[in-house]
Design a protein around this ligand. Structure first.
Ligand code: SF4
Ligand code: ZN
Length: 300
């Protein structure tokens, strides 16, 4: 196997592109894919400040590394979920990376700063752990970015993640979610812009990127992910991708090009009636926002 770009011995193959790369050319390929995603979807302008949602896993650390190398002013925010074993190890990976790159990492720890953890909070609020976790992340990343004067929150969703979420939304024809499933969600009242610069890279590519860049990431999955239906969607798509490389990219980018404009209105309707939550000021359509209700239930 030879590198497509320079003909040196290859170390990584990317079947979707019918290509293999040596280390240097693969790292350049990753930078190019992220740069192309940022430019094509208008994610970030030069000089914009970015807050990277850092979990300590391969995707978020690869994203942070790539944004720094591409010259963006990118700080990290790590959210401690209070999940035994997993949270201390993931925090350590995030802090070690920040130290190595001399980058700024902010830490919000749910148990220490807000008085609850995800296992207890989700039970008290009668939510699935991943639902309570997702809600907490969306709320806390947005408020930290807003308070810190950042122009955007960047998350490490890769092509596999986006294709799996799209698959789930299509299986249920969830138009409101489909209308929001975009690589850029522009800033609106109370919401900071959200961007996903890794959508042109697969999970396998972000893992290879970290290995070749010698980035120590937490390999263990969060124990709460067991039974998560997105994992089943990923498995189903992986089975198809092995036989037909490029299917995930065709599914996801075909959706963005041909279907997303048709369902954009469904997400807009949801935003009607938003007002500031009396507890925290975040936009909500309910009397009190879902995060404030989660916190109240967890502390009760
Ligand atoms: Fe949160 Fe669920 Fe992901 Fe664990 S698996 S980090 S609980 S969303
Ligand atoms: Zn609130």
């Amino acid at each position: 196997m030879r590198c497509r770009a320079c003909r040196a011995p290859a170390v990584v193959d990317v079947p979707r592109h019918h290509a293999a790369f040596c280390t240097d050319c693969f790292l350049r390929h990753c930078r190019e894919q992220v740069g192309r995603a940022i430019d094509h979807f208008g994610m970030l302008g030069r000089g914009e400040r970015v807050l990277v949602a850092v979990s300590g896993g391969k995707d978020s650390l690869a994203l942070w590394d790539l944004l720094l190398d591409l010259g963006y002013e990118a700080d990290g925010l790590y959210l401690g979920l209070g999940i035994a074993d997993y949270s201390p190890a993931s925090r350590q990976a995030a802090e070690a990376f920040a130290h190595r790159r001399q980058a700024r990492l902010q830490v919000v720890d749910l148990p220490a700063d807000l008085g609850f953890d995800i296992p207890v909070g989700s039970r008290a609020a009668r939510r699935a752990p991943c639902s309570a976790c997702g809600l907490s992340k969306r709320h806390l990343f947005n408020s930290a970015a807003r308070d810190g004067g950042y122009d955007a929150v960047a998350t490490g969703h890769n092509l596999d993640d986006e294709a799996a979420v799209l698959f789930g939304n299509v299986l249920r024809w969830d138009l409101a979610y489909l209308g929001r499933q975009l690589p850029v969600l522009p800033a609106t009242d109370g919401f900071v812009k959200k961007v996903k610069p890794l959508v042109r890279l697969s999970e396998r590519e972000t893992a290879a990127y970290c290995v070749l860049r010698d980035i120590d990431y937490i390999v263990e999955e969060c124990p709460m992910s067991a039974g998560n239906r997105h994992l089943r969607y990923k498995e189903a798509l992986n089975a198809i991708e092995v036989r037909s490389p490029g299917t995930k990219a065709a599914f996801y980018f075909g959706f963005l090009e041909r279907m997303a404009p048709l369902v954009a209105g469904a997400a807009d309707e949801e935003r009607e009636g938003l007002h500031p939550c009396p507890g925290c000021g975040s936009p909500t359509v309910s009397e009190t926002c879902a995060f404030c209700r989660l916190v109240a239930a967890a502390r009760a």
